[in-house]
Design a protein around this ligand. Structure first.
Ligand code: ZN
Length: 139
């Protein structure tokens, strides 16, 4: 199902998640729960002039949800809100649609392309993105 190298990247981020911990002075924050798996992640953002200048997360969950959140924080740091919106769209397309998506834009996030067709895993991988969206919308 998932390529070996890609699996390693997921396990890597699961064991040593990037941007893990409380973010002091955050401007946005939201918590997400994926009940079907038991994943719980809180995403914190510091946004200045429509740019995500810093991001962090805390939480517990399966390897896919934790790695996905970790890789997401890497991917969105330093990006504008518009770029983040575009990334979210591409990520969602990759996992849920039969349309082409931009591998160049997604970069390491393509590691999750192998879980397409496994709805419960897709939920784990997309939860943090929905949480991010909630945080941006002030929920
Ligand atoms: Zn999960």
């Amino acid at each position: 199902m998932i390529d070996t190298i890609y699996q390693e990247l997921i396990l890597d981020h699961w064991r040593k998640p990037h941007n893990y911990g409380e973010l002091e002075g955050h401007t946005h924050k939201s918590a997400g729960i994926n009940r079907s798996c038991g994943d719980e992640m809180t995403v914190m953002l510091k946004i200045e002039n429509d740019i995500i200048v810093d991001v962090s997360f805390i939480g517990t969950g399966c390897a896919v949800s934790k790695a996905s959140t970790s890789l997401m924080t890497d991917a969105i740091k330093g990006k504008t809100l518009k770029e983040v919106e575009e990334l979210f769209k591409e990520f969602h397309t990759m996992l849920t649609a039969d349309e082409p998506y931009s591998e160049g834009l997604l970069g390491k996030l393509t590691v999750f392309s192998g879980i397409k067709g496994y709805p419960s895993r897709v939920k784990c991988a997309t939860m943090s993105w929905h949480t991010l969206k909630d945080a941006l919308n002030g929920k």
